[in-house]
Design a protein around this ligand. Structure first.
Ligand code: GLU
Length: 504
């Protein structure tokens, strides 16, 4: 079916308004548009809807570009890269909208409205008092040509309104939801051009989608209510409407629309926390779509290959950070280790473990290994240095049993401490220092492993009795990476110093 539609080249877009931080919802809708375009060999456009100049911010526009690039959702046309249907910023297209609004007036599909704000206010109050739905009453709809010309000549301020049909229905044929029927009598004569000459969202959006050749509008479900107006606008112009797909909104746990009081919604947050773009995209994909079977972890290329609208489910997807953490962890494990290490370096610098990002070859080699071990348990890049602190913090105290610890934690602390008190424990630590002192500074994991073996043989005891006390004096923790790995990474001197420190 999609093949037939592609007789016309598929062109889709996102059209964010640049206000505030880049929103996770923009990334979500951007992802689906991008994937659909790529699946069909079509084009993906970015248009900036900045007609509301009071809310516009240049930094937010720039941050939208950055976010899209960071995610790898590369658009084929956009304000910063150009294209054949530009300009892609609505503020640079104001004259176009005015021209098209006037065209509709000429065609008799729209009209000048000279009602003052005071009249509209009174009308509204009256409607509310009479328990009627507030809306424009069509007062200027039937002004004669002469009346209009006289008012225009007198310089009376005006808006241009769309002539909505008073009767019948407008049907939104939604590709995900089926037909949604609206009664025309309930739809207001939408303002298209405001008194300051600026277009409303509705006019600018439709004129642009048409002129930019948009074939499919994939956007959030909150726009469904506007769609009948959009369809009437297409009719008024005599243009073909695009195919509509209204995606389920991202939701808070309580099912309300995702909001910053209940979830971080700024993409800056996710980028700073150190989520991988692969993890975020995979997670956002799962919010609306399923791969099929029980496959939850996939790449964007796999999604492009397998995409179809019938695998979208409309139940309000809950934006769950625990799930995101799980998905991201999976991608951290799958990621090429060198790429992951490079992405992680700034986080280790921020944690104070390196003075800058310029690591020596040796430092890099060790960090690479640290990342390899630590990524198993990390949900974000930011968690890596936290998990890896045992490789960097040489000064530590043995843990003590504290209030609020559960039984398991309490036991493990007690085991760690008491392992040092036993005869074997004392001997193990002593013999270990003796043997290690004789080795080179750069000791390999193999050598360290060998050393721990020898200890067990010579003391005639198993790992619990021999290794646990060493773990205590070298890491201060009952659990964690293999001890021989820790020893090899921190090297001989630091290992011996740690032991001295803790025994003091
Ligand atoms: N400017 C609208 C927004 O901020 C665009 C909605 C649409 O895709 O039509 O999301």
């Amino acid at each position: 079916m999609e093949k037939k539609m592609s007789e016309k080249r598929v062109r889709v877009r996102i059209a964010p308004s640049p206000t505030g931080d880049p929103h996770v919802g923009t990334a979500y809708i951007g992802l689906f548009n991008y994937v659909f375009a790529k699946h069909n060999g079509g084009d993906f456009l970015l248009r900036i809807e900045d007609t509301d100049r009071t809310r516009f911010s240049e930094t937010s526009e720039q941050q939208i570009f950055n976010m899209m690039k960071w995610l790898g959702l590369n658009y084929d046309e956009g304000p910063d890269i150009g294209g054949n249907s530009g300009p892609y910023r609505q503020s640079e297209r104001f004259s176009i909208y005015k021209e098209y609004a006037e065209k509709l007036v000429e065609k008799g599909e729209a009209y000048y409205c000279f009602c003052t704000p005071e009249r509209l206010q009174k009308l509204r109050e009256r409607q509310i008092a009479m328990k009627q739905a507030p809306g424009y009453d069509g007062h200027c709809r039937n002004l004669s040509k002469e009346e209009v010309e006289a008012k225009l000549a007198a310089g009376e301020p005006y808006v241009i309104r769309l002539k909505m049909p008073y009767e019948g229905e407008t049907i939104v044929r939604d590709g995900l939801r089926g037909d949604i029927v609206f009664e025309n009598s309930k739809i207001d004569d939408q303002v298209l051009l405001k008194s300051d000459g600026f277009p409303t969202y509705h006019l600018a959006n439709i004129v642009d989608d048409h002129l930019m050749g948009i074939t499919h509008v994939i956007r959030a479900e909150e726009w469904i209510a506007s769609t009948p107006k959009h369809i009437q606008l297409y009719k008024a112009f005599g243009w073909d409407e695009p195919k509509w797909y209204h995606m389920p909104l991202l939701r808070n746990a309580d099912k309300t629309k995702i909001s910053k009081r209940k979830n971080p919604v700024s993409m800056n947050y996710y980028m700073e926390e150190g989520y991988l773009k692969e993890g975020l995209l995979n997670f956002l994909a799962l919010m609306g779509w399923s791969f099929g079977g029980d496959k939850e972890i996939f790449t964007i290329d796999e999604m492009i290959e397998n995409f179809s609208f019938d695998k979208i489910s409309l139940g309000g997807p809950v934006f769950d950070l625990v799930k995101l953490g799980w998905v991201n962890n999976q991608h951290m494990r799958l990621k090429d280790l060198d790429e992951l290490t490079k992405l992680a370096i700034p986080y280790f610098v921020k944690a104070g473990y390196y003075k800058d990002e310029d690591l020596s070859e040796e430092e890099y080699g060790k960090l690479r290994r640290i990342v390899e071990i630590s990524r198993e348990g990390a949900h974000t890049l930011k968690e890596l240095p936290e998990i890896a602190s045992i490789y960097f913090e040489d000064k530590f105290e043995l843990p003590v049993v504290e209030e609020g610890m559960n039984k398991k934690e309490r036991k493990s602390v007690e085991k760690l401490r008491s392992s040092l008190e036993t005869e074997t424990g004392k001997k193990s630590v002593e013999l270990f220092q003796e043997k290690l002192s004789k080795l080179n500074e750069n000791i390999s994991e193999e050598e360290a492993k060998q050393l721990l073996h020898e200890l067990q043989e010579e003391l005639g005891e198993g790992p619990a009795a021999v290794i646990m006390p060493l773990r205590a004096v070298i890491t201060g923790k009952a659990r964690g990476a293999d001890l021989y790995t820790v020893i090899a990474i921190i090297g001989k001197e630091r290992t011996l110093n740690r032991i001295k420190n803790i025994l003091k």
